[in-house]
Design a protein around this ligand. Structure first.
Ligand SMILES: *[C@@H]1O[C@H](CO)[C@@H](O)[C@H](O)[C@H]1NC(C)=O
Ligand SMILES: *[C@@H]1O[C@H](CO)[C@@H](O)[C@H](O)[C@H]1NC(C)=O
Ligand SMILES: *[C@@H]1O[C@H](CO)[C@@H](O)[C@H](O)[C@H]1NC(C)=O
Ligand SMILES: *[C@@H]1O[C@H](CO)[C@@H](O)[C@H](O)[C@H]1NC(C)=O
Ligand SMILES: *[C@@H]1O[C@H](CO)[C@@H](O)[C@H](O)[C@H]1NC(C)=O
Ligand SMILES: *[C@@H]1O[C@H](CO)[C@@H](O)[C@H](O)[C@H]1NC(C)=O
Ligand SMILES: *[C@@H]1O[C@H](CO)[C@@H](O)[C@H](O)[C@H]1NC(C)=O
Ligand SMILES: *[C@@H]1O[C@H](CO)[C@@H](O)[C@H](O)[C@H]1NC(C)=O
Ligand SMILES: *[C@@H]1O[C@H](CO)[C@@H](O)[C@H](O)[C@H]1NC(C)=O
Length: 638
């Protein structure tokens, strides 16, 4: 086809215009791409992140070359800083990032408000960058790259402001040179935070009016601040005395930023949800109270991790609030290979058949003070939240609670048993003998067999009473055979399986000496004055149940007497024809050696199914739960 001169001039100018546009695009493409980002987001995640990566690269290379960033310390320091730069250049939200820091140095971060501009509930998986910087690199990043982002930041500022939650845990600290247990812990790290444009690298020696100083509390620091502007923060390690500490291990920390809550949190004030059930010379059993408030809430994964530390071991001093610190240094902790001296599991029972988490800790030393610390994995809460559709980019973390102190028993007569088949609520130390019954499993089988025998006898007797008869023909209008069975079981389990305390434990009205004429495992005898005074009294010179003295043959021990209401409940609930009776309180002597009256001011003042060292406020609750609620729940099991 031939073109007219006019047409060919048009064609030529169209082609020329196209070339100009192509040339323009070629030269100024970045602006176009960015403009598309700002108008088109949040669809273009990739471009958005790329912009950040480019800027990061600039920061990176500048860092590496910047003479002003040259550390004043030593060559070693520079290599550490180099590693840090690699590790922490891009900190994802809700992902802990680890860094070493040598004493006397500071590592700075900035979190730009703009980096969360495109964030919405749907795209919480997107990662955002937290960039390390120093004063000098800041100038670079404020160059062309940031100017163009300025428009984006304005967009952010018009939205309701978000909160940035910064949490830092000390995972490692310089080690003590002196093996002396009382030597002081290494000094704590410090977190500096600034939201002032005038102080873009907070740290020691900067203007105090423009920065917040948060000294770590036992290895943990948390801080929240509004994200309506860029947040600058730094972590600073103090100089440590070479006289007391070896810096061959530098400090190491994990820092996490979140928009929903602290990733690494701690609570060193509240009573933790952890209680000692009982211990023996080598193990301890700890429990939480109910994890849910109704029995249809299912907990599938144990939410707590337990750490145990001997009071004689200072390794976790200074990092007791730090999850990663405990996870690295606690004496008893979950090991990488999945093993631990602590086994844990969930159990449904007690009040309303609610779920509790229990911990069995083995391999402990006798007569030693320990601290148990639990940390909650908040991933559990996340699951709940996401099921209800309320979760927004919330990936959990941990809360470390205050420690709970407990003491193991001396090497003596008491051995911890649990997992019995009839007395399912029984988990405490019982009179034992390591020669005849080398472990708790064997001893538990003995007590299980014994209570089963008693139970079967009782059942035969109960079958003589008209249980199935209409209410008017029963032995009581208020009680039936199921009440009687339950009351008998609670009573039997507390009386036939004595709760054991070591003979050396201080005298208490609820503790009754038993078997005082028998020798201790080491062959020695009970103090002569005690034997002279009580040696002929049956309540003192034997166990409550002769099978124990005949078969187990424990040494002298003290029994935590069963609660008196277990006996009253038995008499009230069962047909009088069976002939149960309780010692009268007036007959002080036989009552005092058989039962104890609950005392709500004490953690443990008498024995009942499910007894544990609950603090006094909770013990009232525990007693009522036993007397009312377990009756109901266990009835269902019968
Ligand atoms: C955030 O910080 C303020 C004061 O700095 C504090 O009162 C508040 O409890 C913190 N919020 C959370 C969730 O910790
Ligand atoms: C435990 O149960 C009680 C009573 O049912 C309830 O008030 C409490 O909130 C529960 N605890 C938890 C952690 O759900
Ligand atoms: C038990 O004692 C030994 C010797 O004192 C010690 O090495 C060990 O760490 C202790 N173990 C625990 C769990 O306390
Ligand atoms: C929480 O869940 C995330 C992802 O499911 C997992 O990577 C993280 O390790 C969990 N945290 C803990 C403390 O178990
Ligand atoms: C409890 O006993 C059952 C069998 O009676 C056994 O299978 C289970 O492993 C025991 N649990 C523990 C924690 O010992
Ligand atoms: C417990 O002792 C019995 C012997 O009485 C033995 O057969 C069993 O293996 C022991 N169990 C453990 C866990 O040591
Ligand atoms: C169980 O107990 C009964 C009576 O106390 C006793 O005769 C029997 O030998 C015991 N059985 C075992 C396996 O210990
Ligand atoms: C023997 O054991 C008892 C009780 O455990 C203890 O009081 C006593 O001091 C021990 N005697 C010796 C010589 O070890
Ligand atoms: C029984 O115990 C009560 C309270 O502990 C005490 O007052 C009383 O003297 C004791 N009676 C005897 C005979 O020990």
């Amino acid at each position: 086809m031939q073109l007219s001169p006019l047409q060919s001039r048009l064609a030529a100018s169209v082609i020329a215009s196209c070339l100009v546009i192509v040339l323009y695009l070629f030269l100024f493409a970045p602006q176009f791409a960015l403009a598309a980002d700002l108008t088109g987001f949040p669809s273009s995640d990739l471009d958005y992140n790329d912009v950040f990566h480019e800027i990061d690269d600039t920061v990176d290379s500048y860092d590496a070359q910047s003479p002003s960033y040259e550390p004043e310390f030593s060559l070693l320091d520079r290599s550490i800083i180099g590693r840090v730069a690699d590790g922490s250049n891009s900190l994802d939200l809700d992902h802990p990032t680890s860094s070493n820091i040598v004493p006397g140095s500071t590592i700075a971060y900035v979190f730009e408000a703009a980096s969360v501009s495109g964030r919405s509930a749907q795209e919480h998986d997107m990662t955002y960058e937290l960039r390390r910087h120093s004063n000098e690199t800041r100038e670079v990043s404020e160059g062309d790259g940031d100017d163009e982002l300025g428009a984006g930041m304005d967009l952010v500022r018009r939205q309701p402001s978000k909160t940035l939650y910064i949490s830092v845990n000390t995972c490692q600290q310089p080690s003590r040179i002196s093996p002396d247990q009382t030597s002081m812990a290494p000094p704590q790290l410090t977190l500096f935070v600034s939201t002032s444009g005038e102080n873009t690298s907070p740290g020691p020696g900067k203007d105090q009016n423009t920065q917040k100083i948060i000294v770590f509390d036992e290895g943990a620091a948390i801080y929240n601040t509004s994200l309506d502007r860029d947040v600058y923060f730094s972590i600073s390690a103090p100089e440590v005395s070479e006289k007391y500490f070896s810096t061959s291990l530098p400090y190491n920390y994990e820092v996490t930023v979140s928009l929903d809550q602290y990733y690494y949190s701690y609570d060193s004030i509240a009573q933790p949800n952890l209680y000692l059930v009982d211990s023996d010379a080598s193990s301890a059993y700890l429990t939480t109270l109910n994890l849910t408030s109704s029995s249809d809430q299912v907990v599938s994964t144990p939410p707590y991790t337990v750490f145990v530390q001997s009071a004689d071991n200072p390794d976790i001093n200074g990092i007791r609030n730090s999850y990663c610190g405990l996870n690295n240094w606690a004496q008893i902790r979950p090991l990488k290979d999945g093993n631990s001296q602590a086994t844990t599991g969930l159990r449904q029972g007690g009040d309303g058949n609610l779920t509790m988490q229990e911990f069995y800790i083995s391999g402990l030393n006798a007569s030693t003070n320990y601290t148990g610390i639990i940390a909650l994995n908040t991933n559990l809460t996340v699951q709940k939240r996401q099921e209800s559709g309320a979760g927004e980019g919330f990936t959990g973390g941990t809360i470390v609670y205050k420690g709970v102190n407990f003491t193991t028993k001396p090497n003596g007569a008491c051995t911890f048993v649990f997992n019995l088949t009839l007395c399912t609520e029984t988990r405490y130390a019982v009179p034992g003998n390591l020669e005849n019954f080398p472990n708790g499993t064997a001893l538990a089988a003995f007590y299980d067999n014994y209570t089963r025998t008693m139970w079967d006898n009782f059942d035969k007797v109960l079958q003589q009473t008209p249980c199935q008869a209409p209410a008017t023909q029963r032995y009581s209008l208020a009680k039936d055979c199921d009440d009687c069975k339950q009351a008998y079981k609670n009573w039997l389990c507390s009386v036939a399986i004595p709760r054991c305390e070591d003979f050396s434990s201080p005298d208490e009205s609820y503790l009754q000496m038993r078997n005082i004429n028998a020798p201790f495992p080491n062959g020695t005898l009970v103090d002569e004055s005690i034997r002279n005074k009580f040696g002929n009294v049956r309540a003192y010179n034997s166990s409550r149940n002769v099978e124990i003295d005949n078969t187990v043959q424990p040494g002298p021990y003290k029994e935590v007497l069963p609660c008196d209401y277990l006996c009253y409940e038995l008499v009230r609930s069962c047909p009088s024809s069976i002939g149960f009776s309780c010692p009268l309180q007036k007959s002080k002597f036989s009552f005092n050696t058989s039962y104890a009256i609950p005392d709500n001011d004490k953690e443990l003042s008498c024995n009942y199914p499910g007894s544990a060292y609950y603090p006094s406020a909770a013990s009232a609750m525990a007693v009522s739960w036993i007397s009312i609620m377990t009756l109901i729940t266990l009835l269902l099991l019968l």
